[in-house]
Design a protein. Structure first.
Length: 451
């Protein structure tokens, strides 16, 4: 990175950032209070609030949102007449999955092979630290030239919409000229990338029942309808022979226009086993950024260990459907429900319920904010040109903010590049990426103020 005062300040602050990220990662802030204590999320929210107060934010508040979680808000006033920029991140995290599969404890930030490991290190507690680093660097080098609002969400990973509903009920709170969503990532380490599209998501729970209770498979198997077998049939109907998603009435064949994703690179990033083929058709970018994708997130059925020779009376699954820009997530959810119900065999009783939803998003890349970010990225990554990419994941708040503040320019950056393995075991963040992106964000705020 070329030397400049902002970059030098960020580099000097990196050890402090690591210590703070360790404190934040230590909170088991999974917004599923059936699995993790609510006090862990509340502790993380209070940590963020205290950090904002320490940086002279005013009006710092821990907001109780309609889904029972908390978001943290703060306002840092800039010069009179300055533009206002909203910085977003979330402090809630995905469950650690199999803790025994982690090389080091998931809620203990650990440095290994040049990366910092821990749940939320990249997604998205690292985003909170990135915002703090950028602001500290500006304060040490002439001051923050814009009004800054920070919002740290407490249930983004659960998709329960608490902050979205709160923002709709208090539309004045998050008004801004530009919004920086710190929850995506570079296409690869060292390649500066802004995310211009996000797929939306509809999440549906399906319950299938066939019997009043489990039956002995020797006595009744062969004639008694097996609920688990029925569920398997239904789930199989969601994919074509090549693995493409097939939902009745929903078949957009969009193409991705922009940065392409080399298939061999994707295989390496996704850690696909040797000899196992990719699914779907079209380019990799088409498949993961521009087309729908169904995923079975979980199935309730007896584990292999301890299983008995029984015909199952009931079974259920959680299914997500990622939807590309241009598709309404609510309509997609209805189509998924109708498909699941229509493909349930043998007259089995079936119930479906939409349990999560987020709309897709497409940014305006011609706005002044994008030019300001490109200039900032050129300093933070002097040997690279900023790229535009899509992302297959969802950030439901983006569309809510775009609807509430249509004049606002929305940019998406972040620390979740492929090596970060977000949502998987051994999630990690690159400290070099944290450093560069903090510099880029600081310089963006300076450029945007001057534009």
């Amino acid at each position: 990175m070329s030397s400049n005062p902002v970059a030098e300040t960020v580099a000097a602050l990196l050890p402090r950032a690591k210590a703070e990220l360790a404190e934040l990662v230590a909170f088991k802030s999974v917004a599923d209070f059936a699995q993790f204590p609510k006090s862990e999320s509340e502790g993380a929210a209070n940590w963020v609030a205290d950090a904002l107060r320490a940086e002279d934010f005013t009006d710092v508040a821990v907001l109780d949102t309609p889904d029972g979680t908390q978001s943290v808000y703060g306002y840092l006033p800039g010069p009179e007449g300055a533009k206002t920029v909203l910085l977003y991140a979330h402090y809630d995290v995905q469950p650690p999955l199999d803790e025994a599969a982690w090389t080091t404890p998931p809620f203990e930030l650990t440095e290994r092979d040049g990366r910092w490991y821990g749940r939320g290190a990249a997604d998205c507690k690292g985003g909170v630290i990135m915002h703090l680093l950028a602001l500290r660097a500006l304060k040490a080098n002439g001051g923050v030239p814009v009004n800054v609002k920070v919002i740290a969400e407490g249930s983004e990973e659960m998709g329960t919409g608490g902050l979205e509903r709160y923002a709709e009920q208090h539309p004045e709170l998050l008004t801004a000229d530009a919004i920086v969503i710190g929850d995506t990532g570079n296409f690869r380490v060292g390649l500066p990338t802004v995310t211009t599209t996000l797929r939306g998501m509809a999440m549906v729970r399906i319950q299938i029942d066939t019997l009043r209770g489990n039956l002995h498979s020797g006595q009744f198997g062969g004639a008694a309808p097996d609920a688990l077998a029925a569920l398997i049939r239904v789930l199989d109907s969601l994919r074509a022979e090549d693995g493409s998603t097939t939902v009745d009435g929903f078949a957009p064949e969009s193409r991705w226009e922009g940065l392409e994703y080399d298939e061999e690179q994707f295989r390496a990033d996704a850690k696909v086993l040797d000899g196992v083929g990719l699914i779907g058709d079209g380019s990799v970018a088409d498949r993961i950024w521009a087309r729908p994708a169904v995923t079975v997130l979980g199935i309730d059925c007896p584990p292999v260990v301890g299983a008995t020779p029984s015909v199952q009376a009931g079974a259920r699954a959680l299914v997500s459907l990622r939807v590309p820009p241009g598709v309404d997530a609510a309509e997609a959810g209805k189509l998924l429900q109708a498909h699941l119900e229509a493909h349930t065999p043998w007259g089995a009783r079936v119930r479906t319920e939409v349990v999560g939803q987020g709309q897709p998003f497409r940014a305006d890349t011609t706005s002044p904010a994008y030019l300001a970010m490109a200039d900032a990225m050129a300093v933070a990554y002097p040997d690279e040109t900023m790229q535009y990419a899509g992302q297959g994941g969802s950030i439901p708040l983006c569309n809510t903010l775009a609807g509430l503040y249509p004049q606002a320019e929305i940019l998406l950056i972040g620390l979740s590049e492929p090596e970060a393995q977000i949502h998987a075991v051994n999630e990690s963040v690159s400290p070099e990426e944290l450093e560069r992106l903090s510099v880029a964000e600081a310089l963006f705020l300076r450029n945007y103020a001057a534009g």
